[in-house]
Every structure is written in structure tokens, then in C-alpha cells.
Design a binder for this molecule. Structure first.
Ligand SMILES: [Zn+2]
Length: 235
């Protein structure tokens, strides 16, 4: 899969952590492809439950032991249930503090929880915080709020290729300097692979769609969004 990505011209893959289970496989992959795979550390909101303090302690311990390009994925997910909203809010705020202390960007997972995420980021933004709202799927109003925070970009994934996603309006509205491309593999495969297992090579389909909406050449979108990611992640 990584070989196919590299052959397609996709050479920089950002690996989000989920919870204690994903850490070793992620680091193993990053070690095999040190030029291409950049791991993050954090606890995903869907892995925040009763024992969230233990999950956070494990992630924080890894931050001392290894080097990571970002704190992520972190955020709030209210899609399945709201039982642990309070814990998700506490964990999100705490992990943002880790990012600030280490001058790392954050990669935010927000699902059915834009307002909840936004409020915490806004409160924490002191001019030093930067990051990406990954797989952004809200509207123009929310996009403007994100850009108003300063230091934040919108991560555009396969949903942009779905009919009636509403993302065409957002992509047309926002300057290319505020966008980064992503796959969210193995989820959210772009058309023509919708519903199948997603992989990094498919980002070319996302790039093509963004180029069409922005009336740009795909190679110019690729160049601009790659530069944006370098500026954001510093690698
Ligand atoms: Zn996510």
C-alpha cells in the first residue's frame, strides 16, 4: 500500500494515533518508512471512556520516549453517543496543553461536535496553537470560524468527491493556502472507490476534485497543499 502511494506521487503520510492498541503498529510502520511516514501521538475521542486517564497517561508517556509530528487525533465525537462528552472535553483540553507545551500542531477529529470542539480550541488559542480540523465536513460558517482562530487549516478528504456533500461550496470559498489534503484511510474512500477500503494513493482523486472546484490544475493544488502541510507540521 505504501509502495502504491509512493508510485502515485504521495510521499508524505501522516499517521494519527487512536489509543494504546495502535501505538506499536504505527511506530513500526514509521520505522520502516522514516522518510514517508510521520506518526502522531494522542487519544482519539472514540477511545475516551471510563478509563480515559489511563489512556492519557500511556500517550503522555510515549511523548517523552519518541518523537511525533503532531498531537492527534484528538477532539470530540458525539455521533454514536454522548455518554462521555464531559470526559472527551477534559481529554481534548488536556491534550491541547501537551501540544502547546511542545510546540506541536494538533489534528482535530470533530464529528457531530463542531461547536463543542470549536469552543475549547478558541479558549486555548493564545496565538501559538496551530493545527487542522481533519476531514472537515461542516459548512461555510464553520469554515470561517476555523480560519478566524488563526493557525488552523481544513483537512479535505474523500467526502469532497461525494455528490451533495456541500464541501464544494466550502472549497470554493476558502483560499488554497488554508487547505490540506488527506485520505482518512481506510475510511471514506473517494469516488470511484466509495464504500471500498481507502488507501493513501487515492488522494490523487481528492486532489483532482479540489482542483476542479477551485478551477486550478491538479499539480498546482498538490504543490500548494503539500507546502501547507510542511508549514503546519514542520516536516
Ligand atoms: Zn478522524
Amino acid at each position: 500500500m505504501i509502495d502504491r502511494a509512493i508510485q502515485s506521487g504521495v510521499s508524505r503520510l501522516f499517521l494519527p494515533n487512536i489509543d494504546r492498541e495502535s501505538i506499536l503498529p504505527m511506530l513500526d510502520l514509521a520505522q520502516k518508512f522514516p522518510e514517508n511516514c510521520f506518526p502522531m501521538m494522542g487519544v482519539h475521542p472514540c477511545s475516551i471512556g471510563e478509563n480515559y486517564e489511563e489512556e492519557l497517561a500511556i500517550a503522555e508517556d510515549w511523548l517523552q520516549k519518541a518523537s511525533f509530528c503532531a498531537i492527534g487525533e484528538i477532539g470530540i465525537d458525539l455521533y454514536w453517543d454522548k455518554t462521555f462528552l464531559k470526559q472527551q472535553q477534559i481529554a481534548f483540553a488536556q491534550q491541547i496543553d501537551w501540544a502547546k507545551a511542545r510546540n506541536l500542531p494538533i489534528v482535530i477529529h470533530s464529528r457531530n461536535a463542531f461547536q463543542e470542539c470549536y469552543e475549547i480550541v478558541k479558549e486555548k488559542q493564545d496565538g501559538t496553537l496551530k493545527g487542522v480540523f481533519h476531514c472537515f465536513s461542516d459548512g461555510i460558517r464553520e469554515a470561517d470560524l476555523v480560519l478566524g482562530l488563526g493557525g488552523f487549516m481544513l483537512g479535505i478528504g474523500g467526502v469532497v468527491t461525494f455528490k451533495n456533500s456541500g464541501l464544494d461550496a466550502v472549497v470554493r470559498h476558502v483560499g488554497i493556502e488554508h487547505l490540506v489534503l488527506e485520505t482518512d484511510a481506510p475510511y471514506l474512500a473517494p469516488v470511484p472507490f466509495r464504500g471500498k477500503r481507502n488507501e493513501s494513493a487515492y488522494i490523487v482523486h481528492i486532489c483532482r476534485q479540489v482542483a476542479e472546484f477551485k478551477n486550478m490544475m491538479p499539480q498546482d493544488v498538490a504543490k500548494a497543499t503539500t507546502e501547507n502541510s510542511k508549514r503546519l507540521f514542520g516536516c
